[in-house]
Unconditional design. Structure first.
Length: 373
């Protein structure tokens, strides 16, 4: 076990030094506040003294992974595939082992935390807030607790945690005026509620903003989808154009030149099929006055959501719309994805009712939904 003492002006700064020198798996053994520096014993500055340790065997494993030899050029294709399979298996085993060690060391990291911090971090984990964020929040809360000499209430600690989440969201969720562009294009995998969400947006635009709107749909794979959109269009007394190719799309845009807002519905297909994204690009060319929203269901697994986003990055898209908020209590993926991909949330759909179950994506509303029981 490698043990070292670190001194820094704040606890978060000390944690940065520890992770930089000892790595992500370092364990905090002890911490205390000391006073040093100053002039002739006066004006001493408060500083944090932290003793941390790391297991050298874990460092060795990481070096082994990084130092995998490159494949010689003359090696046969069959040998390459065999070696690749072995390397992949080894990599998977290393990742599993690292995850187990990270879980154990994260628990050790928290051994110094008071119960109120443990409780808050557990709640965030239950919401599926990312482990990196939970760890950073833990560092900040513990630093605040130490600075306050333990004379702090759970309410104050909880407010600090919420402030962290809010800061992160505010760094992405800047001013987001509704219906600022003429074209709203919604894309996404099948079954996420694109057509229903588009109908909610249309109703909002007509009833609240008094916009003159029209629909375009490229979803020619499902007759039911066209009929559903036509039903909404009849209720709002607005036109619908069904398009099959880029020429049809251009004709439809010419037809709606004098409209304030044109809402575009697209087919939900298997996002793993590369030709799906290519077809969307071909039929609906990107234009400056178009805002493209990727619609995601929060009931999906976190890893599936990330895979979907990576696929649609090629389109590209501008903002998220998250649906099915009412069908899950674990909404941390929303926060994690916004922070990771630095994309705004345009809207949140929390039910099937048109037009009521649609929320705008400002930081306060997003945070309220994430923390809702």
């Amino acid at each position: 076990m490698k043990v070292k003492k670190f001194i820094a002006p704040s606890m978060p700064e000390a944690m940065k030094k520890i992770r930089k020198e000892l790595g992500e798996h370092a364990v905090i053994l002890n911490s205390k506040i000391t006073y040093g520096g100053g002039f002739l014993g006066f004006f001493k500055k408060k500083q944090f003294e932290v003793i941390a340790a790391v297991d050298p065997e874990l460092e060795m494993m990481e070096r082994m992974e990084a130092e995998q030899p490159k494949m010689p050029l003359h090696v046969s294709e069959r040998q390459k595939q065999a070696d690749h399979g072995e390397n992949q298996q080894l990599k998977q085993e290393l990742e599993e082992l690292k995850s187990m060690i990270a879980l154990l060391t994260s628990k050790e990291d928290r051994s110094k935390y008071p119960e109120m911090i443990h409780s808050i971090l557990s709640e965030l984990e239950q919401k599926e807030i990312g482990s990196d964020h939970v760890r950073t929040i833990g560092d900040e809360l513990y630093a605040f607790y130490i600075e306050s000499k333990g004379e702090v209430s759970e309410t104050e600690i909880r407010k600090r945690a919420i402030d962290y989440l809010k800061r992160k969201l505010q760094s992405v969720q800047t001013d987001n005026p509704l219906f600022a562009k003429k074209y709203i294009n919604v894309v996404g995998p099948t079954g996420v509620g694109k057509t229903t969400t588009l109908a909610k947006l249309a109703a909002k635009a007509v009833l609240e903003y008094k916009k003159k709107i029209a629909f375009i749909t490229t979803d020619t794979f499902r007759i039911a989808a066209i009929e559903q959109l036509k039903t909404y269009a009849n209720l709002l007394n607005v036109p619908v154009e069904v398009v099959y190719n880029s020429a049809d799309f251009e004709k439809a845009t010419q037809k709606f030149l004098d409209y304030d807002l044109v809402l575009i519905d697209t087919a939900g297909r298997n996002y793993r099929e590369n030709q799906y994204i290519d077809q969307l690009k071909e039929i609906i060319p990107v234009r400056e006055e178009m805002e493209t929203y990727l619609v995601l269901a929060l009931t999906s697994k976190a890893e599936d959501l990330e895979e979907i986003i990576e696929k649609f990055q090629d389109l590209p898209f501008d903002q998220f719309i998250f649906t099915k908020l009412d069908e899950t209590k674990r909404k941390g993926s929303l926060f994690n994805l916004v922070c990771k991909y630095r994309k705004k949330v345009g809207f949140l759909a929390n039910g099937q009712n048109v037009p009521d179950d649609l929320l705008t994506g400002n930081p306060e509303i997003i945070l309220k939904e994430i923390l809702r029981e």
